[in-house]
Design a protein around this ligand. Structure first.
Ligand SMILES: [Zn+2]
Length: 335
């Protein structure tokens, strides 16, 4: 059985209108049996689900203000219940998440068996199902039965980035709450204010986060763009490095784990910007061109990085893919 409650509670950087709808629900104490938080990954759906469960169960619950633009006051954060939920050890706040990109029927069956017991101490027991669209059809159908006749005091909070992938029968059992990504310029201002980034760095950070507020905040907290600019520079000038240094770079990049994809996507945006500048220069017939590469070389370069990203998403030897990528980039640039 995969039931996990360990989760590092932290406030989502933004919340907005969605938080007001949820605050009203908490205040009214009339909770739907099942809520579905819909929206792209990384905009705080799971964190909000945890905080929602906390707010509803808090012993000193100051009712959240319906006009709140943040969800900081959801639950006092100090009482026994709040602290247990935050530690991830509350037996009545259950989390189910995909294993190997799937939520299987065995997991849902174990969950249903667990829900056969009465709740330990919470006024409202919650089951958080993250990325619910990853349920197999069999798992979805098993869940449907319990959604139709939920045990007392039990509520389901599902999150999904791709709602259409969820069984329609499951969707229809849930009240859908949509999470909207904040506009880029709002996130940029937030990063400048909170993390003292300069504007270009904040803009690059937001571009790399691709709409995910949580990712943007994570990158900003680590001052990631500034710290990784050496790698972008090394990639841009790869043809000037001897093969020995290309191999060293491949090894360093291979150790980047989750950041590698972000880094290569960054390199892709740099190439794209150059292609755009290139086209604009031709259109305006300006003699100077910011890139020393031809448009054809830039496009080929983009394809090399794109192909490498595809390979890296499969189970391959990362270093070998990166070595091949760097050598291809170097050869292409030298043509
Ligand atoms: Zn509390």
């Amino acid at each position: 059985m995969v039931l996990r409650t360990s989760y590092n509670l932290r406030l989502p950087p933004f919340s907005g209108r969605t938080s007001r709808v949820l605050a009203t629900l908490i205040k009214s104490r009339r909770l739907p049996q099942a809520l579905l938080f819909a929206g792209i990954d990384g905009i705080g759906k799971s964190v909000t689900a945890d905080l929602f469960a906390r707010a509803v169960n808090c012993n000193n619950s100051p009712a959240p203000q319906p006009d709140a633009t943040t969800i900081e006051n959801w639950g006092c954060g100090k009482c026994q219940t709040c602290r247990t939920i935050a530690s991830g050890n509350h037996p009545d706040i259950l989390t189910v998440e995909p294993q190997k990109d799937q939520i299987r029927i065995d997991t849902i069956r174990s969950l249903i068996a667990y829900l056969g017991f009465t709740p330990y101490s919470a006024r409202h027991r919650f089951v958080l199902i993250r990325s619910a669209e990853k349920m197999t059809p069999a798992a979805g159908n098993a869940l449907l039965k319990i959604l139709e006749e939920p045990p007392s005091q039990t509520h389901f909070l599902l999150t999904a980035a791709k709602v259409p992938d969820l069984l329609p029968t499951v969707q229809s059992r849930c009240q859908i709450i949509r999470f909207q990504p904040w506009p880029d310029n709002v996130i940029v201002s937030h990063l400048i204010e909170q993390y003292a980034l300069d504007k270009p760095t904040a803009e690059t950070t937001v571009k790399l986060a691709a709409g995910s507020q949580i990712k943007a905040t994570d990158l900003a907290q680590r001052n990631w763009v500034t710290n990784q600019s050496w790698a972008i520079e090394a990639l841009e000038n790869i043809e000037q490095s001897p093969v020995r240094l290309q191999l060293v770079l491949a090894e360093r990049l291979a150790h980047k784990k989750n950041d590698l994809e972000t880094l290569l996507n960054w390199h892709k945006t740099v190439i794209l910007d150059k292609i755009k500048t290139h086209s604009a220069t031709i259109l305006t017939s300006e003699a100077s061109n910011q890139s020393r590469l031809t448009a054809k070389q830039l496009i080929y370069r983009y394809e090399i990085v794109e192909d490498s990203l595809l390979f890296l998403s499969t189970n391959v030897n990362k270093r070998m893919v990166l070595e091949k990528m760097l050598m291809s980039l170097a050869v292409n640039s030298a043509l």
